[in-house]
Unconditional design. Structure first.
Length: 210
């Protein structure tokens, strides 16, 4: 150590740095799990998502609700749409607001109250030229008319926020546009013109403790 003090200090600092990183990682993991679990519990994140290409009816909702392990159940509507962002047409996942599950954290503005209002993904809003108060217009991205799914194609942005359905920056994939979803939009259930649900969310008894 005395003859090669510089080399000893270098090795000591490298080992110390490795120990600090390891301790930090070991301490961070339980904190991240606890933070995610708390966020999911506070926002009533669903435990099960049921989807069907044929749609789901009120009868399906009743059958699932009667299952002994189910604590709560709620139907929802959703569709992928296109909207203009600069010179591009970005894919946006549009969903109806659910009352008891997957509650939204509003960062700016408020939740939609009418069928011509919408709340936009906070990250999507920050990375585009849209702002609260703007009118945003959507297109179907397919040969089908968007009016077959939605009562209106243009909505007023009244708020921005986050959904527990999206824990990461990734927003998923789509069969329209460039295949990558850029953000999500929430509207009232009355904004959809569908006879059946596109998905059903369910919570399971005692799952919150797990």
């Amino acid at each position: 150590i005395r003859k090669t003090m510089g080399r000893f200090l270098s090795i000591f600092l490298i080992v110390a740095l490795g120990v600090i990183i390891l301790v930090g990682l070991q301490a961070t993991q339980p904190d991240m799990i606890l933070s995610g679990d708390t966020y999911a519990d506070q926002n009533k994140l669903m435990d099960i998502k049921i989807v069907s290409t044929y749609g789901l009816t009120e009868g399906d909702l009743d059958v699932i609700e009667r299952l002994p392990a189910i604590d709560g159940v709620e139907g929802s509507y959703s569709t992928d749409v296109l909207c203009a962002v600069g010179d591009n047409m970005d894919v946006v996942h549009m969903m109806s607001i659910t009352e008891n599950l997957n509650t939204i954290t509003v960062s700016e503005g408020r939740l939609p109250e009418t069928d011509y209002e919408c709340l936009v993904d906070k990250d999507f809003l920050d990375n585009t030229d849209y702002s609260i108060g703007d009118i945003i217009t959507f297109e179907s991205g397919t040969e089908d008319e968007l009016e077959d799914t939605l009562k209106k194609t243009s909505f007023k942005i009244v708020g921005a926020g986050n959904s527990p359905l999206y824990f990461s920056f990734l927003r998923g994939s789509s069969t329209i546009g460039n295949g990558s979803v850029s953000g999500y939009v929430f509207v009232t259930p009355e904004a959809f013109d569908l006879d059946v649900y596109t998905e059903i969310y369910a919570s399971v008894q005692d799952a919150k403790d797990e």
